[in-house]
Design a protein around this ligand. Structure first.
Ligand code: URA
Length: 265
């Protein structure tokens, strides 16, 4: 499946590993953003205060789009309240049986920034909110480091709205049934940029088996509401908590995201 549970942490958070033999996602055009060299020269962790943005000109856009299968005609017609209600009552797959709460996502609406993770874990299932706990705190720091205030500027969501039992990988059928909700969220939120957190989310949204290592460092696109939303892939915060050296790469990804955000309409 999309990630190797054996390599994840005890809470089931993502292991991004397996960088070796992954196919590279096919894109019509890509924009090289940050070289590995500049990533390695970056600080080992996101700076605690907003960073001046690179003036350098970016950027756009790879044509790696959400496949039409992510659309569901009923969900595609829902407004925000209807969508939230549909998610909270969803029984489209077996994950509803074990959940305590659905996790719809939190943040402003419309949202200039959107961040998409994998699936609720234990704490998120209990609270009904995404990215609580240590990974969530790191995510807040990552956002602050590029001058993004999470409560007022960033909507945080997951590909999956329900926690898989014991944090196992969601299976393709579960993903297919859940993803139309995310697509509708993107259509209604109209983010200027999406940051994709971790391998599972990246592989789901880009329809690829490629690794984060091969997807990061360039700008992809997510097709929603008739437009290509720029999308930057980076490592999952839970992974970064366990793999400190990759924080430098995440920092480069975030700077790419910031620069791209500042460039697009
Ligand atoms: N990991 C995720 O991918 N999403 C959450 O909401 C929490 C942990």
């Amino acid at each position: 499946m999309l990630r190797d549970p054996a390599a994840g942490d005890p809470a089931g958070h993502p292991a991004e590993g397996g960088e070796e033999a992954a196919p590279v996602v096919k894109t019509e055009s890509v924009v090289a953003a940050e070289s590995e060299e500049s990533a390695l020269a970056a600080p080992a962790a996101p700076a605690p205060s907003p960073e001046p943005h690179d003036a350098a000109s970016p950027v756009l856009v790879a044509r790696s789009r959400a496949a039409p299968s992510a659309r569901d005609p009923v969900i595609a017609g829902l407004d925000w309240a209807g969508l939230a209600e549909a998610v909270s009552g969803c029984e489209a797959c077996g994950l509803c049986e074990g959940r305590r709460n659905t996790v719809f996502g939190t943040g402003p609406r419309p949202a200039p920034w959107m961040l998409v993770g994998e699936a609720p874990g234990h704490h998120e299932d209990l609270s009904g909110e995404p990215f609580v706990g240590d990974a969530g705190r790191l995510l807040d720091q990552m956002l602050l480091a590029i001058g993004v205030d999470r409560p007022s500027e960033a909507f945080i969501a997951n590909v999956m709205k329900c926690r898989p039992p014991a944090n196992r990988d969601p299976v393709p059928d579960e993903v297919a049934r859940c993803e139309p909700y995310l697509l509708r969220q993107v259509e209604l939120l109209r983010p200027r940029l999406i940051v994709v957190l971790g391998r599972f989310a990246a592989q789901s949204l880009l329809r690829t088996d490629a690794t984060v290592g091969s997807l990061r460092g360039r700008v992809h696109a997510y097709r929603a509401a008739g437009r290509d939303v720029p999308m930057v892939v980076t490592y999952h915060p839970a992974y970064l908590l366990r793999n400190l050296p990759d924080k430098a790469k995440a920092w480069a990804d975030l700077r790419l995201a910031r620069r791209t955000f500042d460039t697009v309409e």
